[in-house]
Design a protein around this ligand. Structure first.
Ligand code: UDX
Ligand code: UDX
Ligand code: ADP
Length: 482
């Protein structure tokens, strides 16, 4: 049997590192897990005390089920700390789980991943380690980053200290992180095809085998593992862009995209998941990873491959603008000074995360058309919405933005006096709203644009709403203005 891992350090206490290592701690009582971060505010939040009801509501990441596990393990075998060097030094295995945003300037700006954080944490590991360790690349990074990490570690390590590098991409989705981690479809571990590489992979596999069946752990070469993460996200995003392209055809022809998607999904080769038409996909991964893939393809002189994947993003951008234009067109070609209620701001339900959220794009379009926008989201903090809709550090537009945007404490409040409602996130609570009283409080005709296909359009039409659902046609029939 491979030598057991006793101490794990996770560098980076974000959306990936936090939940992942919390679940490891829960399932591996024999392993001490320390999650470290350069950001003391974040660590303090992970260490925050329970509220009056005994719940941990102050964690920096909201995931159903996460707080309960943190509460049960924290202080026993799970620790959050800013003492990075100490945690690295003590660990047998270090996860590198830092952020890899898209580069904003320099070579590959707008496409390539900014590997600055990965590199600086790797250098730190090399500088402080006095004993041999397994270093695991957890952040999503372009192919061959593991090789760069290896070079940095080997050229900076102390004599007698050896590092084995593994790639172990995380496939959890936000909002379902805990169930995804508790019963993953697979755990992917990439290693060098050497005795030491395979031994390191077996030691990491043994950590997961505390709760994941062994047959679900798939070991590959380093580069296959790194590329698989980009490939999986690209294939998932491509399904959504494909179904959203079908949605446009449905709207123009009177077909129903849900029926089309269901019919296609019944084919076992296609499968039913990830075929929900929407205003457009968001989240921190899909766009970033596809842009990485595009950049990688171009660097490899494969422009046709780059163009192929770029089209997935182009289609997504078009889906968002097409939906926004639909709103403007339907409201008699102008929304100037009209009140538009945007329900949902997160990029999907059950998360407070707004990265690349379609709602941000929609609000920007509506602002350009001089609308008055009222936003409600059950989980996104107000400060986050302001941050997403202004450009701090670029221009001070916060006064202008606040003239056009207001935030509402509830969905019902957001809709008072509105001319149109736009559903941007599929929160369950939007299905159960008292639509009749919302209708009564709106300007007439009362329009509703369902960007997520979640409301019962027939029922709402009976109340009096004029409803447009993505991928369903014919929509609001208004020959005069069409
Ligand atoms: C296809 C559809 O599968 C079928 O549902 C439809 O009714 C008719 O079109 P067919 O063209 O007979 O059927 O064969 P299929 O098995 O789909 O293969 C089509 C082509 O794709 C073949 O050249 C096959 O070699 C290729 N293929 C298929 C791949 O290159 N890779 C794959 O993973 C699958
Ligand atoms: C994704 C991958 O699913 C996950 O495996 C990877 O580790 C990280 O990236 P995430 O971005 O958290 O996870 O959420 P996901 O559920 O994939 O949704 C992404 C976006 O696609 C959301 O905006 C969602 O609303 C949208 N979506 C998803 C659709 O529009 N239609 C669908 O059928 C599915
Ligand atoms: P992800 O979604 O990939 O988890 P996040 O941005 O949520 O990304 O989290 C990454 C975390 O990594 C941030 O909290 C950031 O402060 C932390 N981080 C970045 N660089 C370092 C570093 N060199 N050492 C420790 N933590 C780091």
């Amino acid at each position: 049997a491979p030598q057991a891992i006793r101490r794990i350090c996770c560098v980076g206490a974000g959306y990936v590192g936090g939940p992942t290592c919390t679940v490891i701690a829960q399932n591996c009582p024999d392993i001490t897990v320390t999650i470290v971060d350069v950001n003391p505010v974040r660590i303090a939040a992970w260490n925050s005390a329970p509220d009056a009801e005994g719940r941990l509501s102050g964690l920096p990441v909201y995931e159903p089920g996460l707080a309960e596990i943190v509460l049960a393990c924290r202080g026993k075998n799970l620790f959050f700390s800013t003492e990075i060097d100490k945690a690295i030094e003590e660990a047998d295995l270090v996860f590198v789980s830092v952020n890899t945003p898209t580069k904003k300037s320099g070579v590959g700006a707008g496409f390539a991943a900014d590997l600055h954080y990965v590199e600086s944490s790797t250098r730190r590991i090399a500088a402080v380690a006095t004993s041999s360790k397994i270093i695991v690349e957890k952040s999503t990074v372009p192919c061959r980053t593991a090789a760069s990490m290896r070079t940095i570690l080997e050229s900076n390590s102390r004599p007698g200290v050896r590092f084995d590098i593994l790639s172990n991409p995380e496939f959890l989705a936000e909002g379902t992180a805990i169930p995804d981690l508790q019963s993953p479809d697979r755990v992917l571990i990439g290693s060098l095809d050497t005795n030491e590489g395979r031994e390191a992979a077996a030691r990491l596999s043994a950590v997961y085998e505390h709760w994941v069946p062994k047959h679900k752990v798939y070991t590959t070469g380093l580069w296959s593992s790194e590329l698989s993460k980009l490939a999986a996200n690209a294939l998932l995003a491509q399904r959504i862009s494909s179904v959203n392209a079908m949605a446009a055809i449905c709207e123009a022809t009177g077909a129903d995209v849900d029926e089309v998607a269901h019919a296609c999904g019944l084919d076992g080769r296609i499968g039913p998941k990830f075929l929900k038409a929407s205003v457009g996909f968001g989240g921190s991964c899909f766009q970033k990873d596809i842009l990485n893939l595009v950049y990688l393809s171009e660097s490899l002189s494969l422009p046709q491959v780059a163009d192929y994947w770029r089209q997935v993003i182009t289609m997504n951008e078009w889906s968002k603008s097409r939906f926004a234009q639909k709103v403007v067109q339907t409201l008699f070609n102008t929304i100037t000074m009209k009140k538009v209620a945007v329900l949902g701001f997160a990029f999907k339900k059950n998360t407070g995360d707004t990265r690349e959220s379609a709602a941000i794009s929609l609000c920007r379009y509506f602002r350009q058309e001089n609308a008055l926008v009222t936003i409600y989201d059950p989980k996104v903090p107000e400060a986050q919405i302001w941050m997403d809709l202004t450009e701090p550090g670029v221009v001070d537009d916060s006064i202008e933005v606040r003239k056009q945007i207001t935030l509402a404490p509830s969905a019902v409040a957001a809709c008072v006096d509105a001319e149109a409602i736009v559903i941007a996130t599929e929160w369950d609570e939007f299905k159960e709203l008292d639509w009749a009283s919302i209708y009564a409080g709106m300007k007439k005709p009362a329009f509703l644009f369902d960007g997520r296909g979640i409301v019962d359009a027939k029922l709402l039409r009976k109340i009096g709403f004029k409803v447009h659902s993505v991928g369903k046609g014919p929509e609001i029939v208004d020959p005069v203005w069409a």
